[in-house]
Write a protein that binds this ligand. Structure first.
Ligand code: GLU
Length: 505
C-alpha cells in the first residue's frame, strides 16, 4: 500500500465519515460574475460529496435584494454546468424562504436572545467615535438590549426604524476547522451583531445558519474569507439549539504578487476563461491544485480522477498562489490530448469571430472561397502542439486563410544574408518546388526536395533556404515548418507566395 493511501485511510478513520452521510452545500451570492474562487469552492464541495457518496446542494444566497441579479444567477448555473459540476438538490433561493427565517427570528426574540435596536445611524456613529476616543473597540454599546418589552412595543407602534441584533454572551467560541485546526474567538469581541434589517429582511449570517440546519448540512466548506463569520454562526447555532456542522475553510487565493486575487491580476471570472479558450477540464484541474495536493507530484487530474482521489486533508492551510503560466501549461496539455477534429471544431468559433472564416449554411468560406473542414483540421493540427489557449489560434493560422499576406522585408533575412542571397534562396526553393508533380505534393516529397537544395546553399546551412521560404509563405517570425505549410497551402498558392515575395523585393 502506498504511503499516500495509508495517510488517507488514517485521516478517514479520524474523520469517521460514513458513505452516504455527507451533505454539503455551495452557496454563492448572485451579486456579480462567477469567479475562480467561487468555482474552486463549488469544486471542493462537489469532490467531498463524491468521495463520501453524499449530496451537493446548490443554494443561491440572494438576500441582498439590491445587488442580486438574475443574470448573475444564470451565470452561476452556466459556469457550473460548463465545468461539469452537478448538484443533487436545489437551487434553493433564500429570497423564497422568508417565512422560515421569520419563524426562527421570532423565536430568538421571544427567548430574549435577540433584540430590537432602534439606534439611529447618527447615534451609532456617535457611540463609535466615543468608544474609539477611549481606545476601545467600536462595538455596539448594547443600549437597546436593555429596553423593556413595553418600550419596544411603543417604538414599534410609532413605526421607528429598527434592526435586530443578536445578544452576544461572554464566552469563548472554540471550533475545529478541518483545514485550519483549532480556532478560538472571544465572543464578546464580536459585539451584538445585526442579524436582520427587519422581520422580512434577514442578513447573511442568520439565513446561512438557518439554511444549513434546515438543509441538514454536515460540512460547511467555503473560502477562507468567511472564517470571521464562523464564530457568529456558531453562536447562532447554539442559541437556536442546532447541532453544529463541521467547518472547513479553504486557503485564500492570491495573485502572483501575493495580494488577494482580483481583477487587477487579469481574468478572474469564469466566463472570461471560457471565452479565452481555456478548456473546462484544464481549469478544473488547475483549480483542484489551488490549495490541494495529492501528496505526490502528480499534476494531471480529470474531474473523474479527482472524484476518486480528492481528500480533504490534502487541502493546505497556507494561501494558494494563482499561477497563470501553470494554467496555460495545463491548458496546452489538455489541448494536445484532444482529437484533431474535436480541436478544429473548438477553434472554429474563434476563426469566425476573428473574421478569417465565414459560415455560409453548412459551408465554410475564406474570402468567398470554400474551405473544407478537412483543410481546417489539417491547419489546426499543425499548431496543436504549441497552442496554449484557443483564442490564440487566429493569429497563428491566419495566413492559411488569407488571399495575400504581408511579408516584412527584414524578416526574410537569415543571419547576415544579403538581399541578393535572399532572392537566390527563394528562387532555389521555387525551382525545387515547381519540379514536384502535383500528385506528389506531400510533406515528405517537399521535405526531400528542399533539403537537397539546402545542402548546396551557404555551406549546407539549412536556415539559408528554409527561413526565407517559411517567412515568404507565412509572413511570420515563428510558425510551423515550411514543409508542412507548403503542403497544406498546396502547390499553386505556395509558388504564388514565393513569386510575390520575389517581386516585392
Ligand atoms: N454567499 C456566500 C458567498 O458567496 C457564501 C457563504 C457560505 O458559503 O457560507 O461568499
Amino acid at each position: 500500500m502506498s504511503s499516500q493511501k495509508i495517510k488517507q485511510d488514517k485521516i478517514e478513520q479520524k474523520l469517521k465519515i460514513e458513505d452516504g452521510s455527507v451533505r454539503v452545500r455551495f452557496a454563492p451570492s448572485p451579486t456579480g460574475p462567477f469567479h475562480v474562487g467561487n468555482l474552486r469552492s463549488a469544486l471542493f464541495n462537489y469532490l467531498f460529496a463524491k468521495r463520501y457518496k453524499g449530496k451537493l446542494i446548490l443554494r443561491v444566497e440572494d438576500t441582498d435584494k439590491e445587488r442580486s441579479e438574475k443574470k448573475w444567477e444564470e451565470g452561476i448555473k452556466l459556469s457550473l454546468e460548463w465545468a461539469g459540476i452537478e448538484w443533487d438538490e436545489g437551487p434553493y433561493y433564500q429570497s423564497a424562504r422568508g417565512a422560515i427565517y421569520e419563524k426562527y427570528l421570532k423565536k430568538l426574540i421571544e427567548e430574549r436572545k435577540a433584540y430590537f435596536c432602534f439606534c439611529s445611524q447618527d447615534d451609532l456613529e456617535a457611540q463609535r467615535q466615543y468608544l474609539m476616543s477611549l481606545g476601545k473597540a467600536p462595538l455596539y454599546s448594547g443600549k437597546c438590549s436593555k429596553l423593556s418589552k413595553e418600550e419596544v412595543e411603543e417604538n414599534l407602534k410609532q413605526g421607528k426604524p429598527y434592526v435586530i441584533r443578536f445578544r452576544t454572551s461572554e464566552k469563548k467560541v472554540v471550533f475545529n476547522d478541518l483545514v485550519l485546526g483549532k480556532i478560538e474567538q472571544e465572543a464578546i469581541l464580536l459585539g451584538d451583531f445585526v442579524i436582520a434589517k427587519n422581520a422580512n429582511n434577514v442578513l447573511y449570517n442568520f439565513a446561512c445558519v438557518i439554511d444549513d440546519f434546515e438543509m441538514k448540512i454536515t460540512h460547511v466548506i467555503r473560502g477562507g474569507d468567511h472564517i470571521s463569520n464562523t464564530p457568529k454562526q456558531i453562536l447562532l447555532n447554539e442559541a437556536l439549539g442546532f447541532p453544529l456542522p463541521t467547518f472547513c475553510h479553504l486557503p485564500l487565493v492570491l495573485g502572483e504578487d501575493k495580494s488577494k486575487l482580483s481583477k487587477r491580476h487579469g481574468a478572474v471570472f469564469i466566463p472570461e476563461y471560457e471565452k479565452e479558450g481555456y478548456l473546462a477540464g484544464a481549469l478544473v484541474n488547475f483549480l483542484a491544485l489551488l490549495g490541494w495536493n495529492p501528496g505526490d507530484n502528480r499534476e494531471i487530474f480529470s474531474l473523474k480522477d479527482l472524484e476518486k482521489e480528492f481528500f480533504i486533508e490534502g487541502v493546505q492551510k497556507s494561501p494558494a498562489v494563482f499561477n497563470e503560466n501553470k494554467l496555460d501549461w495545463l491548458n496546452g496539455f489538455y489541448i494536445r490530448a484532444l482529437d484533431k477534429k474535436e480541436l478544429a471544431k473548438l477553434c472554429l468559433p474563434y476563426l469566425i469571430q476573428g473574421g478569417l472564416l465565414e459560415e455560409k449554411g453548412s459551408l465554410l468560406k475564406a474570402n468567398g472561397i470554400e474551405v473544407s473542414f478537412d483543410y481546417l483540421v489539417e491547419v489546426i493540427a499543425l499548431y496543436q502542439e504549441r497552442l496554449k489557449k484557443l483564442s490564440e489560434v487566429g493569429e497563428l493560422v491566419d495566413f492559411f486563410f488569407k488571399k495575400e499576406i504581408e511579408v516584412e522585408r527584414g524578416l526574410l533575412q537569415w543571419k547576415e544574408m544579403e538581399e541578393k542571397e535572399i532572392k537566390e534562396s527563394l528562387k532555389k526553393s521555387y525551382k525545387a518546388l515547381d519540379k514536384i508533380k502535383e500528385k506528389n505534393w506531400r510533406s515528405d516529397f517537399i521535405t526531400e526536395a528542399l533539403l537537397k537544395e539546402a545542402d548546396d546553399l551557404k555551406k549546407g546551412d539549412k536556415g539559408a533556404l528554409l527561413w526565407p521560404l517559411r517567412v515568404a509563405l507565412s509572413g511570420k517570425k515563428a510558425s510551423a515548418s515550411p514543409f508542412d505549410i507548403a503542403y497544406i497551402l498546396g502547390k499553386l498558392r505556395t509558388l504564388e507566395r514565393i513569386k510575390k515575395t520575389l517581386e516585392d523585393l
